[in-house]
Design a protein around this ligand. Structure first.
Ligand SMILES: NC(=O)c1ccc[n+]([C@@H]2O[C@H](COP(=O)([O-])OP(=O)(O)OC[C@H]3O[C@@H](n4cnc5c(N)ncnc54)[C@H](OP(=O)(O)O)[C@@H]3O)[C@@H](O)[C@H]2O)c1
Length: 306
């Protein structure tokens, strides 16, 4: 039986854990996962034996850790090609701005820059036409009514350098600035998907942004207030059900797995796809080629410096 190896980030909880379970349901599938604390990935380890799951340390908010992870993956693959790459890890900070040891705003680095560096490093190890998927979010789009309901107002691309420092709208409240940084990190992910797709060879990897919809109950609200965390995990999963943009982690993971295994969009690249597996337009801003190019050059420079 020929087997395939897929790489995931953010597979210790939420949609990523569900996604790992769906991929591993195929006995021919093996996973390489990057996790901040591999020893704490108990639920992930419970899915399958170590012969089909390699968990390697990865903190996307550290360029040293990201580089070390890329090296470990290269060693682990030993010449084998990756069948897919899912940049799914993400966090939301609603408190004051946090800078990483590398000098970047943490949401930007963990959600976007770390993944961009990893993709750059691992491109030679991807199989032809392998899907490279970044987890996006409707919050990137100022026209997304569901996201607006929760106080998001879309990504604010104010130039790569300012975005990287998290200096978006200093006049807004600290909480709003945190939400803006999250939405902007997702806008950056989509800009990068478009930039990479425009540069890819015709027989090279394919680049897709996946919007999983609103999935209340995951770990994403972990930095919010006690009350917000309580609502996120108890009330919202019920209240959100009839909302058009709402999904669940299991449902969205099923769609995600179909993209990663090429069962849908087997040749598509530069796509923005939602959890119903519909190709949907991303925001007008995300289609600006000048911003795509500026961000691509920024991430490429950071990757080359490592
Ligand atoms: N939930 C929603 O409504 C929603 C909507 C749209 C998009 N999304 C996106 O979906 C993705 C998954 O989120 P989720 O809702 O499933 O939340 P989650 O349960 O909190 O999962 C987030 C994952 O990212 C990992 N992670 C966070 N920071 C990291 C870092 N610095 N380095 C490495 N891994 C890191 C976490 O690992 P640890 O175990 O180390 O914490 C965890 O595995 C995120 O990209 C999120 O932005 C979620």
């Amino acid at each position: 039986m020929s087997s395939s190896v897929h790489l995931l980030t953010g597979a210790t909880s939420g949609i990523g854990l569900e996604l790992a379970a769906r991929l591993l349901a195929d006995p021919a599938c093996r996973l390489v996962v990057g996790a901040r604390r591999p020893e704490a990935a108990v639920a992930l380890r419970a899915l399958v034996g170590p012969d089909r799951l390699e968990i390697l340390p990865l903190d996307l908010a550290s360029l040293a850790s990201t580089s070390a992870f890329a090296l470990s993956v290269e060693r682990h693959l030993a010449g084998e090609k990756l069948a897919s790459f899912a940049g799914n890890a993400g966090l939301q900070i609603t408190g004051p701005r946090r800078l990483t040891a590398d000098g970047y705003e943490e949401t930007f680095q963990a959600n976007f820059l770390g993944h961009a560096v990893l993709i750059e490093r691992l491109l030679p190890h991807l199989a032809p036409a392998a899907p490279v998927v970044l987890t996006a979010s409707g919050t990137h789009d100022p026209a997304d009514r569901g996201a607006r309901l929760f106080g998001f107002r879309g990504g604010l691309f104010v130039g790569a350098d300012r975005v990287a420092r998290g200096e978006l709208d200093p006049a807004a409240s600290p909480k709003q600035q945190g939400m803006d940084r999250y939405a902007t990190s997702k806008l950056c992910a989509i800009l990068q998907v478009h930039a990479l797709a425009r540069r890819a060879a015709t027989d090279g990897p394919r680049f897709i942004a996946f919007d999983p919809g609103l999935m209340p109950g995951t770990g994403l609200a972990r930095e919010r207030s006690i009350l917000e965390r309580w609502a996120w995990s108890t009330v919202l999963p019920v209240l959100a059900r009839p909302m058009p943009g709402a999904s669940t982690a299991p449902r969205s993971a099923t769609a995600y797995a179909k993209i990663l295994t090429g069962r849908v969009f087997p040749r598509g690249t530069g796509l923005h796809v939602n959890f119903t597996l519909a190709e949907t337009p991303s925001s007008r801003d995300s289609r600006r080629e000048d911003w795509q190019d500026e961000l691509f050059r920024f991430a490429e420079r950071v990757a080359l410096e490592r």
